[in-house]
Design a protein around this ligand. Structure first.
Ligand SMILES: *Cc1c(COP(=O)(O)O)cnc(C)c1O
Length: 494
C-alpha cells in the first residue's frame, strides 16, 4: 500500500486518494510516494495491451487505495473518444527520432493526457473519503493546463473550477480556447502579470488558513489541478511505458534496449514522470531536459545552483515560460535521499532569496539527466528544417526538444534510440509555426493561418480549433495579481 508523504516532512502520511484531493500538502510540500513501485507486468506482456490496460497496470500500484473497479472506471471515462486516435498516444518517426504525440486529446496539448483522468480520480476520491463539500479547483496556467482542466471539469457535479492565466502571456488560440469555455461551474480570469505571478497567487490562496475556514463554513474546499497533484503525475508515467512497449512490439527495440527521452520542460512534471517510469524499471538511459530561453533548469543541471533571479522571457513556447519549476522539488527530495529537512531548507531559500545550491552528493545523483536549451531562432529553424527534410510539422515546444536533442547528439555522439515528447499540436501555435516556416504573410487571423497550415502539412484541423472558430466568448474577467483571492470569494459568493 503506497502512502504519500510531504516532501517537507510536515503532517502525517496520506493515502493516494487523499493526496489527489489535497493536491498540495499542508506544509506547502508536495506529496511523494513512500517508494516508487516496480512494474507489475513484464514489458513483453505490456506490449500486447491497449493504452487503457497499460494505464491500469502503471497507475494501480501508485493509486493503491483505489479499487480495481474504481480505477478502471476512471480510465475508461478518460481515454475514450475525446481522443482522435484509438492508440491515444501515437509515435511518428522523423529525422532519427520517435516523436511521441501527446496532443490527440480534447485541447490538443499533452496536459490532456492527465487532465482527462484527474476529474474522475478526484470525484472518486471525494466519494471514498466521504467529502460533502464542493471541490473548488484553482489553477494557474501558462496556457495549456487551463483549457485542459476546464475541459475536464466543466459541468462535473460537485466541482467548480477557476483558472488564472497571464493576460498577455498565452497564444491567441490558447486564450480563445479558454474564453469560449462552457459550463456553469467554470470561471476564467486573466491577470496582469506572468505565469509565476499567477502560480504564486494560487499558492498564496491555498495557504490562506482564514480563507479555507470561510470556504469550509460555506461548503467548499480547494483542490489543485496543477501538475503538482499526484493525480497529474501518475497518469503521465503511462505513456512512457506505453511508447516503449509499442516500439518493442514493432521490433524497433530489442528486449531491455535502453532509450533516451527528450522532454520540453516547464514545471518539470512531464520529465519527472519519465524519471518515475525509469525507477519503475523502464529501460530509460538519459532524460534530456529541454528548456527555452527561460533556461533556469539548464543552468541548474550545469552548475547545481537553481536561480530564479533573472528576467522572465516571453517565448514562442509559452507553456515553458516558467522560472519556478514546481515539480523539481520532488527530484530534489529524491536526490536528498528523501531528507525532508534538507529539501525544506532549500525550498525556504528559494522562496526567500530566489535561489539555492544543492550539495555535491546530490549533484552526483543527477547523472541520468542532461539539460539543454534552445533560443528562439534555433527553435524556429528546427521547425523549418524538419518540415523541409521530412514534411513533418511540429509545434514550438516540441521544436525546443528536437533542437536540444540535435545539440545533445552533436555533443555526445550518443546513438541510443530516442523518444521525443511532442507536447502540442502545431495547430495550437499556428502563428509561430507559420512564421517559422516563412508563411505567415502578415495574415491577422490565426484561423486563416490554420487553413494554410492544413494545406501545407496535409494534417486536418483538429476539432479543438475548428470548434472555437466561431464560438462566442463567455468570460471577460481580468484582475491585478493582488486581487486574485477577492475574485475567488466573489465567484463563490463568500
Ligand atoms: C505544460 C507544457 C509543457 C511543460 O511541461 P511540464 O510538465 O510543465 O514540464 C511543455 N509543452 C507543452 C505544450 C505544455 O503544455
Amino acid at each position: 500500500m503506497v502512502k504519500y508523504f510531504s516532501t517537507r516532512g510536515g503532517g502525517s502520511p496520506v493515502s493516494a486518494s487523499e493526496a489527489v484531493l489535497k493536491g498540495l500538502a499542508e506544509d506547502g510540500g508536495l506529496f511523494f510516494p513512500d517508494h516508487i513501485p516496480p512494474l507489475t507486468k513484464s514489458l513483453r506482456e505490456l506490449a500486447e495491451m491497449s493504452y487503457q490496460d497499460v494505464a491500469y497496470e502503471v497507475m494501480k500500484p501508485f493509486l493503491s487505495d483505489y479499487t480495481e473497479e474504481e480505477l478502471k472506471h476512471c480510465i475508461k471515462n478518460a481515454y475514450d473518444a475525446k481522443f482522435d486516435t484509438e492508440v491515444i498516444a501515437p509515435l511518428v518517426y522523423a529525422d532519427g527520432a520517435y516523436y511521441l504525440e501527446l496532443f490527440h486529446g480534447a485541447t490538443i496539448a499533452f496536459k490532456d493526457m492527465a487532465l482527462s483522468i484527474l476529474p474522475h480520480l478526484m470525484i472518486t476520491a471525494a466519494k471514498k473519503n466521504q467529502i460533502q463539500n464542493d471541490i473548488v479547483i484553482l489553477t494557474a496556467t501558462s496556457g495549456d493546463t487551463g483549457k485542459a482542466a476546464l475541459a475536464g471539469f466543466a459541468d462535473v457535479k460537485g466541482t467548480k473550477i477557476i483558472v488564472f492565466y497571464p493576460k498577455n502571456g498565452v497564444s491567441p488560440i490558447q486564450e480563445k480556447q479558454m474564453l469560449t469555455q462552457k459550463g456553469d461551474n467554470t470561471l476564467v480570469v486573466g491577470i496582469h502579470g506572468n505565469f509565476d505571478d499567477a502560480q504564486n497567487g494560487v499558492k498564496k490562496i491555498f495557504g490562506d488558513q482564514e480563507l479555507s475556514k470561510l470556504m469550509a463554513e460555506n461548503g467548499h474546499q480547494f483542490s489543485s489541478a496543477n501538475s503538482i497533484n499526484i493525480g497529474r503525475l501518475v497518469p503521465q508515467v503511462v505513456y512512457y511505458v506505453y511508447s516503449y512497449v509499442k516500439l518493442l512490439k514493432e521490433g524497433k527495440l530489442s528486449d531491455k534496449e535502453p532509450v533516451n527521452v527528450v522532454v520540453p520542460t516547464g514545471n518539470f512534471g512531464n520529465i519527472l514522470a519519465a524519471y518515475f517510469a525509469k525507477n519503475m524499471g523502464l529501460p530509460i538511459a538519459k532524460l534530456i531536459c529541454a528548456s527555452n530561453e527561460n533556461r533556469v533548469l539548464f543552468d541548474f543541471f550545469r552548475t547545481g545552483t537553481y536561480d530564479r533571479n533573472r528576467s522572465f522571457v516571453l517565448t514562442s513556447s509559452p507553456s515553458m515560460d516558467i522560472l519556478i519549476s514546481s515539480n523539481l522539488e520532488r527530484l530534489i527530495y529524491l536526490i536528498a535521499e528523501c531528507d525532508a529537512e534538507k529539501n525544506k531548507e532549500l525550498m525556504t531559500q528559494l522562496s526567500t532569496s530566489g535561489k539555492y545550491e544543492i550539495t555535491v552528493n546530490m549533484q552526483e545523483k543527477l547523472q541520468d539527466f542532461y539539460g539543454g536549451y534552445a533560443d528562439e531562432a534555433e527553435t524556429a529553424d528546427m521547425i523549418a528544417s524538419l518540415y523541409q527534410d521530412c514534411g513533418y510539422v511540429i509545434d514550438p515546444h516540441t521544436a525546443v526538444a528536437a533542437c536540444v536533442y540535435k545539440k545533445y547528439k552533436e555533443e555526445t555522439a550518443d546513438e541510443t534510440k530516442t523518444i521525443i515528447a511532442s507536447t502540442a499540436s502545431p495547430y495550437k501555435f499556428t502563428r509561430s509555426v507559420m512564421k517559422a516556416l516563412g508563411k505567415d504573410g502578415g495574415e491577422p487571423d490565426d484561423f486563416v493561418l490554420a487553413d494554410r497550415l492544413r494545406e501545407l502539412s496535409g494534417v486536418s484541423i483538429p476539432e479543438a480549433v475548428e470548434g472555437i472558430r466561431r464560438a462566442p466568448l463567455l468570460h471577460d474577467t481580468v484582475c491585478e495579481k493582488e486581487e486574485m483571492a477577492d475574485v475567488v470569494k466573489r465567484y463563490l459568493g463568500i
